[in-house]
Design a binder for this molecule. Sequence first.
Ligand SMILES: [Zn+2]
Length: 414
Amino acid sequence: MKRNHWIILLIIIGIAVLMMIFIFPINKNGSVDEIEIAVADSVPEPILKYGMPVDSFLIVYDTIKSGSSLSDLLRPYQVSLLTIDKIGRMSTDSFRVDRIRAGQPIALFCKKDTSIGLQADFMVYENNHIDYTIYDFRDSIIISRGQKPVEYQEKSVKGSIESSLWMALKNQNANTSLALEMSEIFGWVIDFFGIQKHDEFRIIYEVAVVEGNPIFVNKIKAGKMVHMGREYWAIPFTVDSVESFYEPDGASLRRTFLKAPLKYNRISSRYTNSRFHPILHKNTPHLAVDYSAPTGTPIRTIGEGVVTLRRYGRGAGNYVKVKHNSVYTTVYMHMSRYGEFHVGERVKQGDIIGYVGSTGLSTGPHLHFEVHKNGQKIDPLKLESPPAEPIPDSLMDEFIKVCDHWVEKIEGVE
Ligand SMILES: [Zn+2]
């Protein structure tokens, strides 16, 4: 090899070394990889709102005014009429522009460059405290849904009744919807219409928290009520993978319902929001179950309670209403005749309150059976009835441990 060849080779090696030094700035203490990690760590996490980086936009927060249209909302932000029209026509059942409600929060994510005024890239509509809809009009219109993260926090409340349970909760700054939750759990053993002055409660419950604000009561975890001097406990325990509430002696707080008011039956019409009515000859909701059975078949009350109505109605024929507690009421229609129980009398589960017939608006002998939960008709076939049996002996040791834990916790509620 000639001498000048050696020189050229040395120059090439020299340039290569210099390039390595400049392109990959190797730190004294570490490798290239470590430098990159260190850089990544020092970049702050972008602040997200509705899953979008806040820093990249100019965000305008507003609420929907009553009577305002999509056009009213978007025109000030330079969204074209064509785009607005397209969004209107994109509405489907799960998302409908005409269901946008006044008072709901919206946010407009606008371009940071405002030299030609505010220009929206996205609009976010809050459907409720958790769900939101994003309208992306940057290119072709994309509508997507999202959910804010929900956290669950344990809370507790104690109080005693002066005027009402509702007021007692309000005075303790607790969510008054707890009253409804309490009636669901304790309503089988305490008549919530009979709650009296000096009755007491201690409740441990869980609230759903979104963006730091408590939104709703998710569930009651455990509690105790003192009604007319008697203590009622609600200790949660799971038997056969169903969680229900028990007294410390292992008795269930629930009273169960019979599966159906007739012993032998055939369902002829189910609960539906729209069905063709054979007599009225139009589509009407049927918020009940019809059981077809021969005239005279005994009708039994599905649970214990008090007869609150027993009379003739033009549509219902001879019918009976039984109030089981402050939550549940059942109604039995089209009876040929009544059983022996009158208004105001107590019935036990399975007592015969009447007999199948075809009185009122009816095409043939059947029982029209309704279940009302807090005044609303619910599907009787979906009536949840977890076991009301006491804790089985085999689980009693385990239950006592769980119970001790909760009793201590409930007694500690301040
Ligand atoms: Zn019916």
